[in-house]
Write a protein that binds this ligand. Structure first.
Ligand SMILES: C[S@@+](CC[C@H](N)C(=O)[O-])C[C@H]1O[C@@H](n2cnc3c(N)ncnc32)[C@H](O)[C@@H]1O
Length: 317
């Protein structure tokens, strides 16, 4: 996937690129190696632990990279504070890194026993433990259904309600056991995965962050700049697809009928007709790439449809 990410992302090899999901800096290193001498990277993550690892890996490129601890939903403010007016490209490699998933202390995996935490940023107050023990049953059911698409959401919430009446649920192991009678045995692990995903999305406000970060990123793009998103579940991919569709919508009004009434004012052109997925070789190398969906789009002058037709880019496409 890295090759394709770089293919879509890099237009101006001397530009400023944002890696909004730095993680362990895998993409950032490839990006820095592909850019020319003056090409720079602004690397963001809201996870301090990830930033420590990334800082070490990015040491050889220190002159061309700025690392910032932030939520990408605040991208506009981060750019303003750094005095950067625009960017040549932005990459969102969403979701969680192996560093987060494999650490039992973070609570991101239902297969590893640990505290019910699930915060990407440990400075944040809200944890999964608070949600599980303090939210109304109806709220829990809504979270499991809306963010996890879990069919047994009401039964799961009811079980939690019953169990927590006698004791607080504090670990991932306890929660998995509490849920067992509410879930179909055949789909127990699949349902746990869905419920964990739902909790993680709720704890970290993932969809709202993506909506805000994507909006800020696209508005900061230079003309011809690119946005690339790797999404790992259907809710975030749907959000990206819908946003790209809306921002690339062209006017369909007939000029013969007078001024435009449909309100279309496209600022993007979509570069991936369908989402791209990992090849079997890529999945064999890294099984976490399996659900990845890559979408890319490029910035055009607001409402300038001829850009869509003539393609404003030079560079690698
Ligand atoms: C899949 S990992 C990125 C892996 C990285 N691209 C690499 O190649 O090593 C996703 C990262 O995005 C970060 N992240 C997710 N949502 C974020 C947000 N709203 N703001 C900042 N970072 C976020 C997570 O903390 C995690 O470290």
């Amino acid at each position: 996937m890295v090759e394709r990410v770089l293919h879509y992302l890099i237009g101006d090899p001397e530009g400023l690129y944002v890696d909004a999901c730095l993680g362990a800096a895998g993409h950032a290193v490839h990006l820095l190696q592909s850019l020319k001498l003056h090409g720079r990277v602004l690397a963001i993550d809201r996870d301090q632990v990830a930033l420590q690892t990334a800082r070490r890996r990015l040491q050889p490129y220190a002159e061309r990279v700025t690392i910032v601890h932030a939520d990408f939903r605040r991208l506009g403010r981060v750019l303003a504070e750094l005095g950067e007016e625009s960017i040549s490209g932005i990459l969102f490699d969403l979701g969680l890194s192996s560093l987060q998933l494999d650490d039992p202390e973070r609570g991101f995996s239902y297969m590893l026993d640990g505290p019910l935490d699930m915060r990407a940023d440990s400075a944040q107050e809200l944890t999964a433990e608070t949600i599980i023990n303090e939210y109304e049953e109806q709220q829990l059911a809504d979270i499991f259904y809306t963010y996890g698409e879990e069919r047994r959401s009401r039964q799961a919430a009811a079980r939690i309600g019953k169990a927590r009446a006698s004791r607080r649920i504090t670990t991932t192991g306890e929660l998995a056991e509490v849920l067992r009678p509410a879930l179909e045995p055949r789909y127990y692990h699949r349902s746990l995965a869905r419920i964990w995903m739902a909790l993680r999305i709720a704890v970290n406000g993932e969809l709202e962050a993506l909506r805000l970060g994507l909006t800020a990123g696209v508005s900061a793009l230079d003309e011809g700049g690119r946005v690339v998103v790797l999404a790992y579940h259907s809710l975030e991919d749907r959000l990206v697809k819908t946003a790209f569709k809306e921002w690339s919508r062209v006017c369909t009004c007939s000029p013969a009928l007078g001024p435009c009434t449909c309100g279309a004012n496209p600022s993007l052109t979509v570069l991936t007709a369908r989402p791209e997925t990992a090849s079997s070789e890529e999945i064999a190398e890294n099984s976490r790439a399996k659900p990845a969906k890559l979408r890319a789009a490029g910035k055009i002058r607001a409402g300038n449809v001829t850009d869509l037709e003539t393609n404003v880019w030079g560079g690698r496409r």
